[in-house]
Write a protein that binds this ligand. Structure first.
Ligand code: NDP
Ligand code: VSD
Length: 340
């Protein structure tokens, strides 16, 4: 009897003890980063997720700057934001691959409180088919371009941070930056790279009261996705369908809420939430409740992850079988023609 009482008491006490322990040790500490009347600088802000973020930030009272290559798309975005919010955003035409151009834009825009490094290009294709030129292009824009942007903005962000309150650097990754997906060798590599950059950078800038976030959206309805879908391998679509598709504005809302609460990892839908726990690794976690969920769910989610892989490899196998069948029926047909 006494034994079973002890069992029930420890069943309650152990989780409470774990919660308390995690409450004591989770670092960095929770924070709220105000956005009203502060300067947010968004790259790739003329289209898709970046444009939706610019809309939201403007309607929440921030001073908004957007940067991308095409001046026409920037003007169009500026007009659209003015029409829906009555607010004028500042626009900067530059290619993130060109450090000098990025530096000029940052200097002209003035000190930044929120930097959102969102520009990105994606071409889904098997590595064997993809030209190295295209691989370089994806890495240059998504990864090296992000370094250019941060290097240009960081000195100004650090200066007089004490008087300006907490700052934020957010990077737009992707669920394909948490798990490698068929057709995304170059793209996944560029987005996994952002995670290493973000984890290391957070340790370097925490002393300056700057907080790093990584956003992990699933497929999102944007002009970029429409373009990508024109030549996506079938298997890429099948595997990516494991996570639903979202609207750009929904992703922008999740991203902005996460950025304002200084979350390091920002998932956007329920699959993304599971993915974040399954790939928590050694990423920082401010919330002791989320840390608790990560610890308790780790084993189960590894099983779920293995089930996903089982399913994906099943699709790949089926697809190969179908291809071989098609090829052999084609050969038989050719042989038939030859014999006649
Ligand atoms: N849509 C999706 O399914 C998902 C997207 N993401 C990520 O979200 C981000 C935004 O994607 P999305 O909104 O779909 O993309 P879009 O293609 O709709 O918009 C991309 C933006 O980036 C700008 N851009 C592209 N290349 C450069 C460059 N070299 N220098 C400066 N700006 C550039 C574009 O303007 P311009 O061409 O004029 O330069 C545009 O403003 C990307 O990082 C993407 O990887 C993540 C998960 C899913
Ligand atoms: C253990 C729990 C697992 C949970 C489910 C995992 C689902 C993973 C699906 C990954 C989809 C990747 C979409 C990339 C979208 C993107 O970035 C492009 N549209 C741009 O190219």
């Amino acid at each position: 009897m006494a034994d079973s009482n002890l069992f029930y008491i420890s069943l309650v006490l152990l989780p409470l003890f774990l919660l308390f322990f995690l409450f004591l040790i989770t670092r960095p500490r929770p924070i709220q980063i105000p956005i009203k009347k502060r300067h947010i600088f968004i790259t790739g802000g003329s289209s898709g997720i970046g444009l939706a973020l610019a809309h939201r930030a403007a309607s929440e009272g921030a001073r908004v700057s957007i940067l991308s290559r095409s001046i026409d798309k920037l003007e169009e975005a500026k007009n659209a934001i003015r029409q829906s919010t009555g607010i004028d955003v500042a626009i900067f035409a530059a290619d993130v691959r060109d450090f000098e151009a990025v530096q000029r834009a940052v200097d002209e825009a003035g000190p930044i409180d929120f930097l959102v490094v969102n520009q990105g290009v994606f071409v889904a294709q098997e590595l064997e088919e993809q030209k190295l030129e295209e691989v370089r292009f994806i890495i240059d824009v998504n990864l090296t371009g992000s370094f250019n942007m941060i290097k240009a903005a960081l000195p100004g962000m650090k200066r007089s941070r004490k008087d300006r309150g907490p700052g934020s650097i957010a990077l737009m990754s992707s669920q394909a930056g948490q798990v490698g997906i068929y057709g995304y060798t170059a793209y996944s590599a560029s987005k996994f790279g952002l995670r290493g950059l973000a984890e290391a950078l957070q340790q370097e800038v925490i002393g300056d009261n700057i907080h790093v976030s990584l956003v992990f959206p699933p497929d999102t309805e944007t002009p970029g996705l429409t373009e990508e879908n024109k030549r996506k391998p079938q298997l890429t679509s099948i595997i990516a369908a494991s996570s639903g598709a979202m609207k750009a504005d929904e992703v922008a809302k999740k991203a902005l809420d996460g950025i304002k609460s200084g979350s390091f990892t920002i998932p956007c839908n329920s699959e993304g939430f599971l993915l974040a726990i399954a790939t928590a690794g050694l990423s920082p976690q401010r919330s002791y409740l989320m840390a608790f969920v990560e610890v308790v769910a780790a084993g189960l989610l590894r099983i779920a992850a293995l089930c996903f892989q089982w399913n994906w490899y099943g699709s790949i196998e089926k697809w190969h079988m179908k291809k071989t069948e098609l090829r052999s029926s084609w050969c038989l047909k050719q042989a038939g023609i030859f014999l006649m």
